[in-house]
Design a protein around this ligand. Structure first.
Ligand SMILES: N[C@@H](CCC(=O)N[C@@H](CS)C(=O)NCC(=O)O)C(=O)O
Length: 228
């Protein structure tokens, strides 16, 4: 596939930041487009956006190919997987036939599905649902599960190496790094090993560029009629 241009639909410090971070790792800022979708103004529910993305969320990635097609992706994990593979010279994903690929895919999907699911449950129940629909038992259940089952797996890796797969940064860190920051905002990932991990990846120029807009994010995001 010959890519002419990439366009990311994004909102600061949400799951689209995983993809934005990776794009900054892979290319220069002027080599891709970013359009902010104002989630707080409910732009994701506009008819024109929902025509393209019936899930009414970010990220959305439009890939324009050199033969004029526009391909659309709606899942952050799929975007990270594809983009890292499309730029093998950047060495952010092990080659398809490398044994390292096994752990890489395991961590990417663990981060985008299982870990994300727990964090989302905590977020939606703490901040996004109307008061009369919030359920403290769900928050407690997933916080315990995260603390007792996820944190030890991640800490074990980070005690041995700087990054989630080993000594080298990979696209899996764009996902897991963001998850760790998300977890810390909800009182999880408190042991110092996670602070150390953050202090390492947050010095990367691509991270700094990707999260330069993060102050626009609010935990108590207003106006969310149908979260998750
Ligand atoms: N599984 C999707 C989830 C995307 C998602 O839920 N995005 C949230 C922000 S983190 C969103 O845009 N929500 C807007 C809404 O549903 O109103 C992914 O990882 O790409």
């Amino acid at each position: 596939m010959n890519i002419e241009r990439l366009k990311l639909y994004h909102f600061p410090a949400t799951r689209s930041a995983r993809v934005k971070w990776l794009l900054h790792e892979l290319m220069e800022e002027d080599e891709f487009d970013v359009q902010t979708v104002s989630l707080y103004d409910l732009e994701q529910y506009s008819e024109s956006y929902r025509m393209k993305n019936p899930n009414h969320n970010v990220p959305m990635l439009e890939i324009t190919t050199s033969d004029g097609q526009t391909l659309t992706m709606l899942e952050s994990g799929a975007m990270v997987t594809l983009l890292a593979d499309l730029y093998p010279q950047k060495r952010l994903a092990p080659a398809i036939d490398s044994p390292l690929r096994v752990d890489y895919l395991q961590m990417l999907y663990f981060g985008c599905s299982w870990v994300d699911m727990m964090l989302w449950q905590i977020r939606v129940q703490t901040h996004l649902l109307p008061e009369d629909q919030k359920d403290q038992r769900t928050i407690d259940r997933y916080a315990d599960k995260f603390r007792n089952e996820v944190e030890p797996q991640l800490a074990d890796r980070l005690e041995q190496h700087d990054f989630i797969l080993g000594d080298e940064f990979s696209a899996a860190d764009c996902v897991m790094g963001q998850n760790v920051m998300w977890a810390r905002a909800y009182g999880l990932c408190q042991p110092e090993i996670f602070g150390r991990y953050m202090s390492i990846f947050s010095k990367r120029p691509a991270f700094i560029q990707a999260y330069a807009d993060a102050k626009q994010f609010k935990l108590e995001s207003p106006n969310r009629p149908n979260p998750g």
